[in-house]
Design a protein around this ligand. Structure first.
Ligand code: NDP
Ligand SMILES: O=C1O[C@H](COP(=O)(O)O)[C@@H](O)[C@H](O)[C@H]1O
Length: 458
């Protein structure tokens, strides 16, 4: 812990992200770091007061069993400021009231964040201020670039945190150790030995009342543009010399710069679909188009798939497919690495010819390696056996890792500005093809595996 922030200002503290994800993770972090001294200021448009904020913080902290000196001190001093952060006077008021060096966490709709940042150019910021912005960062490559320029007028790059909580997931962090601290995987981690890589994030969750945001985002922007491309960057990056943010972020950004839609053909490399009514366990879900707040004219996809390639010596020609969707029959969150078959298997062997497969689960955090061995019974008949390892849960929730980096001013888990733009560059041609209806919007019943014609991944 190398604390450099005195006050965490959560702007949009009355919203879902703050109460469901940020505050519980903060409680967990303060439970671990008992010596951390942190003030909390909540900013929101709602007519709340300090007592209401404190009650919200306590309720959120209970969900992560937060306790200890740092927790009690933060709760005692928590302060609420009612403000419309698109009003210059209101922004000036809450900035002037901040003690010490602040981290401003924008837990706001992205368009409101951009408006607020424009006003901060007029008010100025205390020395050392750190800014944390949620995804989606911009709405396309051009707007992400403009937002980067705007932020750099406020603070230097090292103090801008473009948050992607998937980078804080313990399995994604474990990937660094798995890849770069072992002799057995890295020499095989290339086009000579790997046939394909699939990164899958299927959810049973449906819209969950998030139409205001999701109906203009869809699965491609909500999950692939941000989270899954970041996972892909960690899977495909070159070994960093150190875990310093300069090496790790440069490694991820370089991998993303080399990433392109497979064959530059958005039509054959992407698929999209939207759920119709159905049952997930005991829950009955209406069709997405009938959910409250949805405008069917947006043709928002709730399931997206995209195959890309990383154009460098290591990965040339290897298809990397990302898929994410909502209202599916089961939760599935994993990276699946399928190896090429051996060049020759001795004549005389019977049994399986399945390839070696490495599965890395992103919750539950586990690893599974499938290998062919002379199994029980006839020794000339090959069987596939599975080595498994439980990674165990990380010390902190993903947002706890993110907040820890933010409060200690270590941007290793933050997306560098150029990388944020690259992620839009990668998907922008696909979104244009979808807008032109080059790729049909298919459908699948809620609770199913997706459209019946889609081949399963991994
Ligand atoms: N919720 C989630 O699971 C996740 C969210 N995110 C990202 O986090 C961000 C916030 O999302 P989420 O919390 O879900 O959204 P919500 O709509 O639940 O919360 C946004 C908050 O911002 C407040 N707000 C809006 N305009 C203003 C304004 N002018 N002045 C002051 N406060 C304002 C809203 O207040 P009011 O309701 O009164 O308008 C609301 O409390 C988004 O960028 C989202 O993509 C990222 C990962 C997960
Ligand atoms: O950011 C988001 O992530 C969640 C999934 O993340 P998890 O940490 O809850 O597993 C996803 O449901 C949501 O749509 C998306 O906005």
């Amino acid at each position: 812990m190398a604390q450099s922030i005195d006050t965490l200002v959560i702007i949009g503290v009355t919203g879902d992200l703050s109460s469901r994800l940020l505050l519980p993770a903060l409680g967990e972090l303060l439970t671990r770091d008992r010596k951390r001294k942190l003030n909390l200021v909540g900013v929101g448009a709602e007519d709340w007061d300090d007592a209401k904020l404190i009650q919200t913080v306590k309720t959120a902290f209970e969900t992560s069993s937060a306790k200890g000196a740092a927790v009690s001190a933060l709760i005692k001093g928590a302060r609420y400021v009612q403000a419309d952060v698109t009003s210059l006077d209101d922004v000036r008021r809450f900035i002037d009231g901040v003690d010490g060096v602040p981290a401003l966490y924008f837990a706001l709709p992205p368009a409101v964040t951009a408006q607020c940042c424009a006003l901060l150019e007029q008010t100025g910021l205390p020395d050392g201020t750190v800014l944390a912005l949620e995804k989606p960062f911009g709405t396309d490559e051009k707007s992400a670039h403009a937002l980067n320029e705007q932020l750099l007028r406020l603070v230097p790059e090292g103090r801008v945190f473009r948050v992607d909580h998937f980078l804080g997931k313990s399995t994604v962090l474990n990937l660094l150790g798995l890849r770069f601290a072992n002799r057995v995987f890295e020499p095989l981690w290339n086009r000579e030995h790997i046939e394909k890589i699939d990164i899958v994030f299927d959810e049973q969750l449906g819209l969950e009342g998030r139409a205001r945001y999701y109906d203009t985002a869809g699965a491609m922007v909500d999950m692939i543009q941000s989270h899954l491309l970041q996972v892909l960057a960690v899977v495909t990056m070159e070994p960093p010399a150190t875990l310093d943010e300069r090496d790790v972020r440069a490694g991820r950004a370089t991998a993303l710069r080399a990433t392109h839609v497979f064959g530059d053909d958005a039509a054959s490399s992407s698929r999209r679909a939207r759920y119709t009514g159905g049952k997930i366990g005991r829950r009955t879900l209406p069709a997405y188009k009938d959910e409250k707040g949805v405008d069917p004219a947006h043709k928002t996809e709730t399931l997206a798939e995209l195959t890309v390639e990383v154009r460098n010596w290591r990965w040339s020609g290897v298809p990397l497919t990302m898929r994410s969707g909502k209202a599916l029959g089961s939760n599935r969150s994993e990276i699946v690495i399928t190896f090429r078959n051996p060049p020759e298997v001795a004549t005389g062997f019977g049994g399986t010819r399945e390839p070696n497969v490495l599965r890395i689960g992103m919750g539950p955090d586990r690893m599974e390696l499938r290998v062919n061995i002379n199994g029980p019974g006839d020794p000339m008949v090959l069987d596939q056996t599975v080595f498994t390892a439980e990674f165990g849960e990380g010390e902190l929730l993903a947002y706890g890792e993110v907040l820890s980096g933010l409060l200690d001013a270590d941007p290793m888990l933050s997306i560098r500005g150029d990388a944020a733009e690259e992620c839009w560059r990668i998907i922008d041609t696909v979104r244009a093809a979808w807008a032109d209806d080059v790729v049909p919007l298919q459908s699948y019943p809620a609770g199913s595996k997706g459209p019946a014609t889609w081949a399963p991944l991994g």
